[in-house]
Structures are given as structure tokens and as C-alpha cells.
Design a binder for this molecule. Structure first.
Ligand SMILES: NC(=O)c1ccc[n+]([C@@H]2O[C@H](COP(=O)([O-])OP(=O)(O)OC[C@H]3O[C@@H](n4cnc5c(N)ncnc54)[C@H](OP(=O)(O)O)[C@@H]3O)[C@@H](O)[C@H]2O)c1
Length: 318
């Protein structure tokens, strides 16, 4: 496993991080805690030292599993978690007083610390963001006080789905250490402004949803079924599965036998502004195959040029 620095922090984080939404169990169904714990432990054995979770993932369940595994480990494991919007609306909607008032941010950080069973959170992120809140004192004061108290070591923002530019302003304030953003073969938009700015200002980048919620696993069929009530049943609703299969088939033709998920993760790591890519993983098999990719390095230039043609402008989160 190779490691990169997370922006201006002194965290040397693994290029492959562990996305822990799926193991929360409420939005992604069909997993088992025993396998999730085994996947987390295997990831750590293979050198993964960054885990991205959130208070909202299974209402604290993901944080509890993550905390359990982190506490039994002697080496340093970096835990990133998130404060959910108070009104529980994704993407961001409302005033800062409705979404992230100071007291609420402080209370959520304490709740995450209790779930994790840890003394400090390495990276605390706001789970949604609106550029309208830039001038507000609420998040500035909360971040400052949490850092000063030692409860939080670094702070960041999770950018609005398919709107990387929504965080340019807050990155420019110099007050955040990292941004988590959708960056994958289909959504290459962060390359235009966010990634160059983050590189210039030395702000960390976590590339989230690198497999487009599983579409870039390369295994979908037009009639794939998800468990009833699973987030993916909604995300891939109606004619979307057929659209996905058409786009992934076109990609497969150009990849001429190269693995779709391997290429998708290496695509993210090929950009120098990316600190870590955080695929969601609930099985040891996925952990093993993904952790092995870090050593393979960046994709060749011709491959990256070819992948540019597969950018796909759409938003399934609405
Ligand atoms: N708003 C936000 O801040 C936000 C939103 C979404 C995600 N995130 C973060 O980003 C992480 C990643 O996103 P995600 O989990 O939503 O989606 P993702 O990483 O794009 O896709 C996850 C899917 O890919 C599958 N997968 C993983 N490795 C694979 C491999 N080698 N071959 C085939 N399939 C593979 C997983 O299967 P299994 O689950 O069966 O292993 C799962 O079905 C999340 O876990 C979370 O930490 C943040």
C-alpha cells in the first residue's frame, strides 16, 4: 500500500481508504455485520489506514463497527466522520441555522465520539454544503472550538453531489483541511477547478463514490435487482439500469479486457490532487482486490485520454 499526505495535515493516509456507508446497514441492505467487521480487519491488515464513516450511516451503526475495529488496532488508523444536516435534507437546503447551527455541530461531534469510542476524530466533515453559508460564523466557530478542544484533529466538507464548484469558496478561506467529492470515470468535473485549487492550496481530496454506487463494478445487468428499500433501488430506478449498462458496455469495449472497477479506482489515484480514493466495501474479496491496486500506480496517459470520452453528465441523486 502506498500513502499520501492529506493536504496540510501530517496524516499519511493510504491511497485506498475504506468507504463505510454500506456497512451501516440501513441504506444498503443485504450485508452482515460479521462480514463487515472481517472486511474492515482485512483492510487494515493490507495497509488501509483511512476509514470514512458518518453519523448518518445506519444512525451510528457504521461508526460503532468502525470504532470497534479501530480500538482493537495498535497502529494509527485515521477515522473520518461527518455531521449530518440537522434537517436531514440531502443535498443541502435551508439556512445555516436550520442545517448546521453551532450547538448542533458540537453535539453531533460528541455523539460520533461516543459511537466510535475514541478520544478524537481525525477528520470531521460537514455532510452537505451550500456556498450561501460561507460567511456564517456557525461552522467557523464550531470547527475552531472542536480543534482547540482536541476532539477533532482536522476538518472538511463533503461537496454537493455533482457540484464540485460549490466548495471552491470554502477551500479558498484556508479554514478546511479536506474535501470529499464525487470523482469517477463518469463524473470528471472536479478536474476543471476543484482539483487544481486543492493542489495549489494543499487541501486534501477524498475521492468518493469512485464506482458510481456500483455501476462501475462492471457487473450490472439491465434487470439487476436490489433488496427492497435499498438506496440503490431508488438511485438506479426506472430506465437508469439500461442507461448504465449502455455506458459501461461502451467503456468495456474501450478497455479491451481490463477490469472496470480496477480501472475506475486507478483513474481516481492518477490525479495528483487526490489524497485517497474511498470505495464502499462490505466483503473481504472487494477489500483484497481494491487494496492491491495502490501498488499499480497511475494509469498510462493514453488510457486517461481514452477515459475522458466516457465522462457522463447526469445526476441520479435527484
Ligand atoms: N455525501 C457523502 O458524503 C457521501 C455520499 C456517498 C458516499 N460517501 C462515501 O464514499 C464511499 C464510497 O461510496 P459508495 O460506497 O456510496 O459507492 P461506491 O464506492 O461507488 O460503490 C460501492 C459499491 O461497489 C462495490 N465494490 C467495491 N469494490 C468492488 C470491486 N473491487 N469489484 C466490484 N464491486 C466492488 C461494493 O460492493 P460491496 O458493498 O458488496 O462490497 C458496493 O456495491 C462511501 O462508502 C462513503 O464513505 C459519501
Amino acid at each position: 500500500m502506498r500513502y499520501r499526505k492529506l493536504g496540510r495535515t501530517n496524516f499519511e493516509i493510504s491511497e485506498i481508504g475504506f468507504g463505510a456507508w454500506g456497512i451501516g446497514g440501513k441504506q444498503w441492505l443485504g450485508g452482515e455485520d460479521s462480514e463487515s467487521l472481517a472486511a474492515l480487519r482485512r483492510a487494515i491488515e493490507l495497509g488501509v489506514n483511512l476509514i470514512d464513516t458518518a453519523l448518518a450511516y445506519g444512525d451510528g451503526h457504521s461508526e460503532k463497527l468502525v470504532g470497534q475495529v479501530v480500538r482493537e488496532n495498535r497502529g494509527k488508523i485515521y477515522v473520518a466522520t461527518k455531521v449530518p444536516p440537522k434537517n436531514r435534507i440531502w443535498p443541502a437546503q435551508g439556512t445555516i441555522a436550520e442545517v448546521f447551527p453551532y450547538d448542533y455541530i458540537m453535539t453531533c461531534a460528541d455523539e460520533s465520539l461516543r459511537n466510535l469510542g475514541l478520544d478524537a476524530i481525525d477528520l470531521l466533515q460537514l455532510h452537505v454544503w451550500s456556498s450561501d453559508w460561507l460567511a456564517s460564523g456557525e461552522w467557523r466557530r464550531a470547527f475552531e472550538d472542536l480543534k482547540r478542544s482536541g476532539k477533532v484533529r482536522s476538518v472538511g466538507i463533503s461537496a454537493t453531489e455533482h457540484d464540485p464548484d460549490s466548495v471552491l469558496g470554502i477551500v479558498e478561506t484556508g479554514l478546511i483541511d479536506a474535501v470529499q467529492v464525487i470523482y469517477n470515470i463518469f463524473d470528471q468535473a472536479p478536474e476543471t477547478r476543484l482539483l487544481p485549487l486543492a493542489k495549489k492550496l494543499d487541501v486534501g481530496i477524498l475521492a468518493r463514490v469512485p464506482l458510481d454506487e456500483g455501476a462501475l463494478s462492471g457487473r450490472f445487468t439491465e434487470d439487476i435487482q436490489f433488496p427492497k428499500g435499498d438506496f440503490r433501488e431508488w438511485y438506479f430506478r426506472g430506465g437508469r439500469r439500461r442507461e448504465v449498462v449502455q455506458h459501461v458496455d461502451a467503456l468495456k469495449r474501450d478497455l479491451a479486457g481490463e477490469s472496470v472497477p480496477d480501472t475506475a479506482l486507478r483513474f481516481c489515484l492518477s490525479h495528483p490532487a487526490v489524497s485517497s480514493v474511498i470505495p464502499g466495501m462490505r466483503t473481504r474479496a472487494h477489500v483484497e482486490s481494491n487494496a492491491a491496486l495502490s501498488e499499480q500506480g497511475a494509469l498510462p496517459g493514453e488510457m486517461l485520454a481514452m477515459l475522458k470520452r466516457h465522462a457522463w453528465d447526469r445526476n441520479y441523486y435527484t
